[in-house]
Every structure is written in C-alpha cells, then in structure tokens.
Design a protein around this ligand. Structure first.
Ligand code: OAD
Length: 239
C-alpha cells in the first residue's frame, strides 16, 4: 500500500454490525440478526435490567463469550493500515464488540458504548476493569448494580461523545460507511452531516440501505472486498 496522497486527509470510517460479520459476529437485523431471536424489550433496555438484572447480564455474558471466539478480519486490518498512513483518521463505530481495538486501530469512538465496560447508572461512573467474559452481579460503592456500558434502546447517547463525533465528521475528507443498515438514530444521521460538509461519501454494504442515496459511491460488496476496492482506487490516484 502506498498512499502518500492521503497522508494529510482525514478519513472517517463509520462502521456497523456488518463490519464484524466476516469475523462471525451476528448482525442485529436481517438473516441471523440478534433482534430476530431476542426481544430487545427483554434484554436491551433499562426497564428489563431493573426488573431482572441477572437475565440481562446473562445475555451480555453470552455476547462477550461469543465475541471472544471471533477474531478481527482482513477488513479490520486494512482500516488499521490506512490509519497508519494518515495523520488524523478516525473510526466512528456503532459496534460494541471491541473488534477495531483488537485489530490495533486507533482514534476509535464507540457511539453505542462497549461490551467490555460497566457503568453505574446512578452516578454515571464507567468501570473499564471488567474485561473478563464472565459476569457476576457487581455493585457500585453507592450500592447500585452495575449495568453494561452500552446504549440500549430508550437510552440517550452520551452528548460529549456525540459532539466530538459531529466535530470530527464535519471536518473529514472521506467518509466511508461500512456495514450499517442506517436505521438507528442519531447514528443514522451522521452520513448526512459528512455529505453536507463536503466529504466524499462512500458506502460499503452488499445491500441497499435507507441511507444509500446520501452517498456519492455505493460499493455493493462485503467489508473486506469493498475496502480492498477503496484502497485500489486510492492507489490508482497515486500514479
Ligand atoms: P444492522 O444489523 O442493522 O445492519 C447490518 C448491516 O450490515 C446491513 O445493512 C447488512 O446489509 C450489512 N452487512 C451484512 N454483512 C456484511 C458484510 N460482510 N460486509 C458489509 N456489510 C454487511 O446493524 P447496525 O446498522 O450496526 O445498537 O445496527 C445499528 C444499531 O442497532 C446497533 O449499534 C445496535 C442495534 O440495535 C446497539 O447495540 C445500541
């Protein structure tokens, strides 16, 4: 890869569950999607946690165990390599599985939180020392049961994280969306922001999405194959 021309460009990779699909992590919607087998009302909202924390923690324990069985794939590595060529490129991910971190990427914003963190909802304290896949009920010093630090249904996104994301996306040269259905807001509105600020917007997804029309280029391929095409195009422009 020889990508000197993008050294001073800002690329934002905007990733969703389809980014991890080739690693074996299930997506949320479509065939094999998590929300086809599990009702989010029972597993992924504060109300479910308040009424049965063990049930909800067991579900997340299973997801942590399954995530650890998966490994980052070539597509993750390509992103890491591109980041190493540029001074200021970012990943804005809706994924909670930590796969980009495991691929040694940097500048990662986790819009929807992390499977590998807990938080006290009362004190809004985040606990990053919860890396083991197994869960046991754990209490904050204030006595509150710690919940996964994930943006569940009916939760709000952290405003500081959102503001930081908006600032980064507003100033990017390339915005590359990979593997997201674009139906969950406010994340789904982010491509529009990139577009209105003049970024070249590229969607990598084997399927059409509700946000496809906002993109300048639609690459109807898997994450890895689509990223390879992107790199090839950039390399051509080098010559
Ligand atoms: P979805 O499950 O809604 O969408 C996954 C997308 O990935 C679909 O558009 C697929 O076509 C695409 N896809 C599948 N395989 C792919 C591959 N190999 N390469 C590229 N794309 C592929 O997942 P998200 O859009 O990420 O929220 O869902 C958004 C949010 O909804 C998630 O963050 C989650 C969920 O509820 C939380 O966990 C808070």
């Amino acid at each position: 890869m020889n990508l000197n021309k993008i050294k001073n460009k800002r690329i934002v990779f905007f990733t969703g569950a389809g980014m991890s699909a080739e690693s074996g992590v299930p997506t949320y919607r479509g065939s094999g999607g998590i929300w086809n087998s599990y009702k989010w009302q029972e597993y992924a909202c504060q109300r479910a946690f308040d009424s049965n924390p063990e049930h909800v923690l067991d579900f997340h324990q299973l997801r942590r165990i399954e995530a650890l069985k998966c490994k980052p794939h070539v597509g993750h590595d390509i992103i890491t390599q591109i980041q190493n060529y540029t001074n200021n490129s970012w990943i804005v991910t809706q994924n909670i599985d930590g796969m980009h971190q495991r691929a040694k990427s940097k500048n990662i914003i986790e819009l929807h939180g992390s499977l590998w963190e807990l938080r006290c909802e009362k004190e809004m304290k985040i606990f990053t020392d919860a890396k083991k896949p197994e869960y046991a009920i754990r209490l904050c010093e204030c006595g509150t049961i710690l919940r996964p630090n994930i943006v569940w249904f009916e939760d709000s996104l952290d405003q500081n994280i959102l503001n930081n994301t908006y600032e980064i996306v507003s100033n990017c040269d390339f915005f590359i969306s990979i593997g997201t259905s674009g139906v969950v807001f406010p994340a789904a509105g982010i491509p529009k922001l990139a577009k209105s600020n003049g970024a070249l917007c590229i969607e990598i997804n084997p399927e059409n999405t509700s946000m496809s029309s906002y993109y300048d280029i639609n690459i109807r391929k898997s994450a890895t194959e689509g990223l390879k095409d992107f790199v090839e195009e950039l390399s051509k422009n080098e010559k």
